[in-house]
Design a protein around this ligand. Structure first.
Ligand code: NAP
Length: 302
């Protein structure tokens, strides 16, 4: 089947785009490689999305998916590894499974992947002490001592969640103040089992097959933290390489497109965190999804 639009990425941007496209009567397939809802499914509590006083990230993701499917969007769990352009402008998405899907237009909404600290053995210890999602993996560390690294909302939320399960939570941040919300910082200050470790960087991961501790450099001093879990929450970086032939990427790897979500390839649009922008929030991802969808509608109707 030839779809009007293929949406690559089923996070907030992609699912919003799908809902808008369906309401404009377009056929749409959303292709997602991990979990519908995207990064938000890693958030234990979302309290800044309009209309919801408080909702878990997975529940919000489920609601966005339900809304898009209720409107008639089709969905597929697979990873797009490359895109071919036919002579008639039709784009073919080639997936990891070998499946191929065709669309008259394309919205790329692939978000961003967690940034790593770049430490020796970090990759090797993923799943054996090094984690990127407290919601997903926190239960494995119940009753143990863990560290969270980062100073944004994700790190603060991870530390709050882990403080409910773990014996001790060290929140390690490279500066003297957090970038995340004051309200979250205040909540953490009230937790007796949370220790802020400020002006500190993780320099080494200790242990054999499993993580057994961290070496920190804190204000020029060496310090060891005996933890079995390290939750890395130092932001995200784009993963746009599969689409680099379709559109220009900036030096950091984000799609160099403006607020209009247009790329230099006719019929190819970009939405959400994978686009160059100054504010990456759920609300701006949703906004991008609607802008890209309406731009795709104009392209399809021209
Ligand atoms: P972020 O806001 O970009 O924060 C990343 C943090 O990691 C910063 O504190 C940064 O330090 C630190 N960092 C970056 N690279 C580092 C490195 N190599 N070593 C040590 N520390 C490093 O990322 P985020 O917390 O993932 O949040 C991303 C966006 O999603 C934000 O806009 C956030 O508000 C939003 N968010 C929203 C919710 C929600 O509930 N609605 C939940 C989570 C996230 P510096 O401060 O020194 O730069």
């Amino acid at each position: 089947m030839l779809y009007d639009t293929l949406v690559i990425g089923g996070g907030v941007a992609g699912l919003t785009a799908a809902t808008y496209l369906r309401r404009a009567g377009k056929t749409v397939l959303v292709i997602e490689k991990n979990a519908f809802g995207g990064q938000i499914t890693w958030s234990p509590r979302v309290e800044n999305f309009p209309g919801f006083v408080s909702i878990s990230g997975t529940e919000l993701g489920d609601k966005l998916l339900e809304q898009a499917m209720e409107q008639g969007a089709e969905v597929e769990l697979d990873e797009v590894v490359s895109v071919r352009t036919g002579e008639n402008g039709v784009r073919t998405c080639v997936c990891e499974s070998g499946a191929e899907f065709q669309g008259r237009s394309l919205i790329i909404a692939v978000g961003a992947k967690p940034r790593m600290l770049g430490l020796a053995r970090e990759e090797e210890l993923v799943g054996s002490g090094v984690c990127f999602c407290a919601v997903c993996d926190g239960d494995f560390y119940a009753g143990q001592d863990v560290a969270v690294c980062g100073g944004g909302n994700a790190a603060l939320q991870d530390a709050l969640l882990l403080s409910e399960k773990c014996r001790k939570v060290y929140l390690v941040h490279r500066r003297g103040g957090f970038r995340g919300e004051q309200k979250l910082t205040e909540a953490l200050e009230k937790r007796a089992n949370v220790e802020f470790v400020m002006n500190a960087r993780v320099t080494e991961l200790l242990g054999g097959q499993e993580l057994e501790g961290l070496v920190l450099s804190q204000e020029g001093q060496r310090r060891e933290l005996p933890v079995t879990g390290l939750f890395v929450a130092v932001g995200h970086e784009p993963d746009n390489k599969a689409f680099a032939s379709l559109m220009a990427l900036d030096d950091a790897g984000y799609v160099a497109a403006g607020e209009d979500c247009l790329t230099e390839s006719a019929g190819v649009f970009v939405a959400g965190d994978c686009r160059r922008k100054s504010v990456r929030q759920l609300t701006t991802a949703a906004a991008d999804g609607s802008v890209a969808a309406l731009a795709a509608c104009r392209y399809l109707d021209a």
